[in-house]
Design a protein. Structure first.
Length: 78
């Protein structure tokens, strides 16, 4: 199972929504993208998830990760 993710997307009825990956409905809807990003960031941090911010056309324009385990790194050679 991969890291859970949250997405800030344009809402079809206007405004911006925060939605869990794979969910049919938005968690919450906001008037501005900035409000949605702030809520999404807090929610992703609490869930140790990734946050994807989408442009109005659906393109991903920013990604943040709040996963509990960092990405693996290569061991240093002595």
């Amino acid at each position: 199972m991969g890291t859970p993710s949250k997405h800030v997307i344009a809402n079809l009825s206007g405004g911006w929504a925060v939605k869990n990956a794979g969910a049919a409905r938005a968690t919450r809807v906001f008037r501005t993208q900035e409000e949605a990003i702030a809520y999404g960031r807090d929610s992703a941090r609490s869930a140790q998830a990734a946050l994807y911010v989408h442009a109005p056309d659906g393109r991903i324009v920013h990604k943040s990760s709040f996963a509990a385990t960092p990405l693996p790194t290569q061991a240093r050679r002595k």
